[in-house]
Design a protein around this ligand. Sequence first.
Ligand code: ADP
Ligand code: ADP
Length: 237
Amino acid sequence: MIKLQNVSKTYQNGTKGLNNINLTIPAGEFVAIVGLSGAGKSTLLRSINRLHDISEGDILINGQSITKAKGSQLRMIRRNIGMIFQSFNLVKRTTVLRNVLAGRVGYHSTIRTILGKFPQKDIDLAFESLDRVNIAEKAYTRADQLSGGQQQRVAIARVLAQEAQIILADEPVASLDPLTTKQVMDDLKKINVEFGITTIVNLHFIDLAREYATRIIGLRAGEVVFDGPVSEATDEK
Ligand code: ADP
Ligand code: ADP
């Protein structure tokens, strides 16, 4: 469960990214955040796993405050949260397999990570994760030789290998064509259903939100202007 209590975020230049947000997102939900550019969607996701600090309020992940967490406690909370970005954020000049294994890094000591040696069970899990998004045959291909859609599926496999219970996806399909968009959204939906992974996806288009999400949250100028089931979301909102 994710809980935001009176969350506000004001950037250093004074811009208000979020204004007094209160939300409860139960485990397993597939939530779409919709809103125009600048509405605060990205600020919201970045706040949830504390890529930046919020200015006011508190955010609880399974009852633990990520806002107040420090050191190893913060790492433990974050291990449970996988991020997916519009620009894929893969390590370009290395293999797909290594990129997916990066999802396991938080589970090992630094020295092991530097040496780049992973236990066989991690490698098995990485292949299983790649299989789930139908891209295992690219395991030894360099990430930058894949198409955008393939790269985004690798990013999803990385989150699976992380065994995250929460996925935050920031406009994951914004740079993809319609067919690839469908494949990536299908994959996100599949793992949401299969593993009960709580999924929060920022989307520019409400049509996609309607098709995939169970709940739509509309943002405007950093405030929630709609929050409800897909059936109640209209275009004006
Ligand atoms: P969205 O993801 O919905 O497009 P953002 O969360 O990126 O919206 O932005 C919300 C508001 O915060 C906008 O007014 C944006 O200009 C502002 N903003 C975002 N990032 C920064 C930043 N690093 N510094 C200052 N203002 C920012
Ligand atoms: P088992 O308890 O036998 O591992 P599970 O149903 O927990 O059975 O998992 C089956 C497979 O799915 C395992 O390979 C496991 O690593 C993987 N798996 C389970 N939960 C997740 C998750 N949240 N993300 C990614 N993979 C998962």
